[in-house]
Each structure stands twice: as C-alpha cells, then as structure tokens.
Design a protein around this ligand. Structure first.
Ligand SMILES: Nc1ncnc2c1ncn2[C@@H]1O[C@H](COP(=O)(O)OP(=O)(O)OP(=O)(O)O)[C@@H](O)[C@H]1O
Length: 335
C-alpha cells in the first residue's frame, strides 16, 4: 500500500539547512494499522506530507496506493484520505454542509453525498449533530468530524496526523475505538503519526520509530519490547531457598541477567509470561514454596531509550524547548 525508498526532505531556514527527513524506507501492507512514532521534530509530519503529495521530496521514490508519488500525484490523492493535525473543517459551517460539500468535492451527486454523510456521521457517533455549527463541537467531536471528512470518498488508505493531540484522555480513548472500528470493519489501511507511546501501543499492529529524520526501529509493539532485554520476571521464595531458586531460574531457556537478593529472584526473558509455567513446575519439583511472582513488560519508552540513549518524554520536552527558542518554520522550502 505504501512503499518508499530513500525519502529525503530538507528546508532552508535563516540559520541554515534543516534535514527534516534523511532517507526513509518504509513498507505498509494493505489492511495494516501502522503508527509512526517519534518525538516532536523527528520528521513525522514532513514524511506524511511527502507521502500525501503535499510536499515534494528532495530525494527518493515512493508508491502510495499503487500510484507513483512523483509521476502520478493526482492518482495518489484520489486513492487516499488525509486528516491533518489541524483538521480541515470550517468553524462557521454546519456539520451537514461540510460533509456534503466534501462529498460533492469528490464528485458525488447531491443524493450520494447526503447518503454518505448520513452513513459517516452515524459511524463516527456524530448523528444528531448535523445542524450544529462546527465551532460549537467539542474537541473530540471535531476530530471525529475531521476523520469522517477524510473518509467521504471511501479511501482504502487513510493518513492521520496526530489524531488525538490535545484531546482529554476520555476523548482519546473514544477516538481510538473509532479508528480501530474503521480499520477492522472496513479493512481501511491506516498510517498515523503520534508521539504518544500509549497510543502506539494500544492502537497499532506495527510501529515505525523515527528519530532525527531516520527510522530507528520497526515491528509490532510486543516485538519491539521483546527485542530489548525482554520481560522482567520477579519471584519470591523463603530466603534459605533463594540461591537454589536462582540457579533453577538461570537454567531455563533464554533467561538472562538472573540475580538473587535474599529470597527475591529476578531475571530477564523474551516472553516472561510464556516462561512462567515452566518456572513454576521447576520450582515446584525442587519442593521450594513460591510466595509471589510477577512479570513486567518493558514499555515503548524503554525501546526508545535503548535506541536513542534518551527517553521519548525527555526528547519531547527538549524539542519543545528548542522549538520555542528557534521558531523558524516555513522560511523557505528547498525542493
Ligand atoms: N517548512 C519548514 N521550514 C523549516 N523547517 C521545517 C519545516 N517543516 C519542518 N521543519 C523542521 O523539520 C524537522 C521535522 O519537523 P516535523 O514537523 O516533520 O516533525 P514531527 O516529527 O512531525 O514533529 P511534531 O510531533 O512536533 O509534529 C523539525 O526540525 C522542523 O523544525
């Protein structure tokens, strides 16, 4: 559905050239829900704007929904839906007017546009709000309307740029439900950017991690986490049995970093949950009484920390501070 090779984009600013995207290769297959995760300024939006034909790449090639980005940008635009970070609806318009206008814009007859609007407003939980001015909608309702507008022409591929930015936790969870339903029930391929770890974790089949304009890792959320040191397994036994329990644990397959502290044994394993039954059997066979046991999954923040040497949250805070100091965007584009 998306195949990009060596995508690059630089911008000339007053203070020099910014290499926003520095050679991105990516493949998204039909029906996937892929998250593009990275801190502020990592290059997510720039990549998205290139893939949606809004920005010409400085270098590289891509096909999007079967059309070549450079030679057939109109074909790309016909096939995709794009929901920008800022949305695209007019505050002074009524919901129904905006929906129908969007339908007409994509070549639907008035009747088709009306039917499509009714279907999408129902799907996005906006039924009953048809006659409301868009400026009176809540943040969550407005984001759902933005997504409905992006779906008017029934695209097989939808790009969502920071879909839940600035929403409260309840509205975010609600929007996730709608995005999942769109993906599952209509088999829509979704490519979304986010800098929320929990969002990427909860929503996405696969995550591409971008930092400094380059993809630094990709995989299913669980794969990425398991690719680290693995889950942390902790269990407790009587202090007198600690050393023996530690030796038993260390003999289990794929166990690393086994450590004993009194009656507490800790170790790492790629899938701690899968290892637990074997561990329980082995400890039981040695007639050692178990008093407690837990498995802790590494977080995506741990993944980011391992890959880049800093936490995603620190990176975001750092980028925000830099962004405030050098607000130099939109100076001049280097095509
Ligand atoms: N038009 C522009 N002119 C100059 N620099 C730009 C322009 N657009 C983006 N940049 C710079 O390119 C880098 C990548 O920006 P981009 O918006 O793609 O990041 P992002 O990962 O989407 O961040 P955010 O999460 O804040 O949206 C940043 O350093 C940004 O300041």
């Amino acid at each position: 559905m998306i195949h990009a090779r060596g995508l690059r984009r630089s911008f000339r600013t007053r203070t020099g050239t910014v290499e926003a995207v520095r050679g991105v290769d990516l493949d998204v297959e039909p029906g996937e829900l892929v998250g593009f995760l990275g801190p502020n300024g990592a290059g997510k939006t720039t990549t998205l704007r290139m893939l949606t034909t809004l920005l010409e790449p400085t270098d590289g090639t891509a096909t999007v929904a079967g059309c070549d980005l450079r030679t057939d940008p109109v074909g790309v635009r016909r096939q995709i839906g794009y929901v920008a970070q800022s949305g695209g609806s007019s505050p002074e318009c009524k919901v129904i007017e905006e929906m129908e206008l969007q339908g007409r814009f994509y070549g639907l007859t008035s009747e088709q546009a009306r039917a499509r609007s009714a279907e999408l407003t129902a799907r996005m939980d906006l039924a009953g709000l048809d006659q409301r001015l868009i400026k009176t909608l809540s943040g969550g309702q407005r984001r759902r309307l933005d997504i409905a507008l992006g779906l008017v022409h029934d695209p097989k591929l939808v790009f969502l740029d920071e879909p839940t930015a600035a929403l409260d936790p309840q509205s975010r969870a609600n929007l996730w439900t709608h995005i999942k339903a769109m993906h599952r029930e209509h088999n829509t391929t979704v490519f979304l950017t986010t800098h929320y770890l929990d969002e990427a974790d909860a929503l996405c089949d696969r995550i591409l991690v971008i930092d400094n304009g380059k993809i630094v890792a990709q995989g299913a959320p669980d794969e990425l986490k398991a690719g680290l040191a693995g889950d942390l397994v902790t269990f407790s036994v009587p202090v007198t049995d600690g050393a023996r329990a530690g030796e038993i644990a260390a003999r289990l397959p794929e166990v690393s970093e086994a450590d004993v502290d009194g009656g507490t044994v800790r170790f790492r394993a790629p899938r701690g949950d899968v290892l637990l039954p074997d561990l329980v059997r082995a400890i039981d066979a040695a007639a050692i009484p178990l008093t407690s046991m837990s498995v802790t999954r590494p977080t995506l923040d741990d993944v980011f920390l391992t890959l880049t040497g800093r936490s995603l949250r620190d990176a975001e805070m750092g980028a925000e501070a830099v962004g405030e100091a050098t607000e130099d965007k939109e100076t001049a584009d280097v095509a």
